[in-house]
Design a protein around this ligand. Structure first.
Ligand SMILES: Nc1ncnc2c1ncn2[C@@H]1O[C@H](COP(=O)(O)OP(=O)(O)OP(=O)(O)O)[C@@H](O)[C@H]1O
Ligand SMILES: [Mg+2]
Length: 408
């Protein structure tokens, strides 16, 4: 039962619960049943057996599914589509693993819990969902992920610049943008922007579920331009990885509060890498203009295609491009031949500009408005519908949500 420390839902609220599991039914009844502030509406069949499940005016919908069963996931999918921007859905699953994450990948849910669930966790998740969703229409975050084909190719520079561009573009429409540095070992986003990294991994890792909107606020760094940045102090001497749940939770939350999310990925493949890539709308592989650079990019395109069937098409950006009309060296035609359809375009070499921006902790456009790097990047990162590139247009036709990042 709820004790005085439990976060109570502020007004009497109807919670619609659907479950085919007698044990979870008992838990839901004992958790919410005796609470005067809550009107529990429990349907004791599985969602798949009750596809017309009516949530009425529920403030929160609690759905218990076995995510290993495709028909249950399909039923959840159609419920989420039916509710649209309606009440938030909290999902309870029997097991949570990578394949469950992938199944839930395209469904807009507010939160998920893994059985066995403690009553207090159930209350917290529902309260959080209800509070964070006062009925507004929510736009899906657009996630732009940058993956390096080699070290030092300029990935962080391009990720920062993309985030700045998206933010500026959005200023007319109040779009908000967050840059997330997932290069926990060697992250440089905050150095390049002259900010304090504020993400405290030691605090959230033991209990990722504690990460909520308030905690996220505390862990954001804010650039004077208006860009929000999530980055942890880099840990150059540490070889450990982090719990995939933590990374998923973090991105889930970030994408529920920002319209554009730009991710700076590390070169090493971690257990959470697949989910992050799979959840992205646009996936850019950044490389440099050398034979090994192109070879690595090509290998990475193949590896990503293999691992993420049905995921976003990787598009390769060749950074620090120099035109050689005569003499030795790679030419644009060589790049096109090497990368084929995956080739997105080139960014010119402009070391003085980039170095000055990094040293002063400011975006490139502030060093020189309309500079060559920003101009080239703008064309590559333009909204897919406006891009000429075929694979980008395909992305636009089928916007996909974003690992488990669809929470509100
Ligand atoms: N278009 C460019 N023209 C010239 N220099 C560039 C360009 N883009 C990046 N650089 C330079 O390349 C270097 C590496 O850039 P950056 O740190 O962004 O790369 P990275 O791929 O994130 O590196 P790391 O592997 O260390 O994370 C920096 O010195 C930066 O100034
Ligand atoms: Mg970097």
């Amino acid at each position: 039962m709820l004790d005085s420390r439990s976060p109570a839902l502020s007004t009497p609220a109807r919670i619609a619960v659907v479950t085919g599991d007698a044990e979870f039914e008992r838990l839901a009844r004992s958790t919410f049943g005796g609470n005067a502030q809550i009107n529990l509406d429990l349907t004791a069949t599985s969602l798949a057996a009750n596809v017309k499940f009516d949530v009425g005016d529920a403030k929160v919908v609690l759905v218990d599914i076995d995510a290993d069963h495709p028909d249950e996931v399909a039923a959840l999918q159609s419920l989420a589509a039916r509710l649209g921007g309606g009440p938030p859905i909290v999902v309870v699953t029997k097991a949570f693993n990578e394949s469950v994450a992938r199944r839930l990948v395209q469904i807009r849910i507010s939160d998920f819990l893994v059985k066995p669930v403690e009553p207090i966790e159930l209350v917290r998740a529902c309260a959080r969902a209800a509070q964070s969703h006062p009925g507004e229409t929510v736009t899906e975050a657009q996630i732009y992920t940058f993956l390096p084909a080699a070290g030092g190719v300029g990935l962080t520079t391009l990720a920062i610049q993309t985030a700045m561009m998206l933010m500026r573009k959005g200023q007319r429409t109040n779009a908000s943008t967050c840059l997330v540095d997932l290069d926990f070992q060697h992250g440089a986003c905050t150095d390049y922007l002259d900010l304090e990294p504020r993400l405290d991994l030691d605090e959230i890792e033991p209990r990722p579920e504690r990460l909520d909107r308030q905690l996220l606020e505390v862990m954001l760094s804010h650039h004077s331009s208006g860009l929000a940045v999530i980055a942890a102090p880099s840990r150059p001497a540490e070889m450990r990885t982090f719990d995939p749940d933590m990374v998923t939770r973090l991105l889930d939350l970030v994408s529920s509060h920002f319209e554009n999310v730009v991710i700076d990925m590390p070169r090493t493949w971690f257990p959470w890498t697949d989910s992050v890539l799979f959840g992205s709308n646009r996936l850019f592989i950044v490389t440099e203009m050398t034979v090994p650079g192109l070879r690595h990019a090509k290998q990475l395109v193949a590896a990503v295609g293999e691992r993420l069937k049905g995921g976003p098409q990787p598009q390769v950006i060749v950074n620090r491009f120099e035109q050689h009309l005569f003499g030795p060296g790679l030419r644009r035609g060589d790049i096109e031949a090497a990368l084929g359809d995956a080739f997105a375009g080139v960014i010119p070499n402009n070391y003085r500009l980039v170095r000055e921006a990094i040293d002063r902790g400011i975006p490139l456009d502030e060093v020189k408005a309309g500079n060559s790097v920003t101009q080239a990047l703008k064309k590559l990162v333009a909204p897919p519908a406006a891009a000429k590139n075929g694979s980008a247009a395909k992305d636009a036709a089928a916007p996909r949500l974003r690992a488990l990042f669809g929470a509100r």
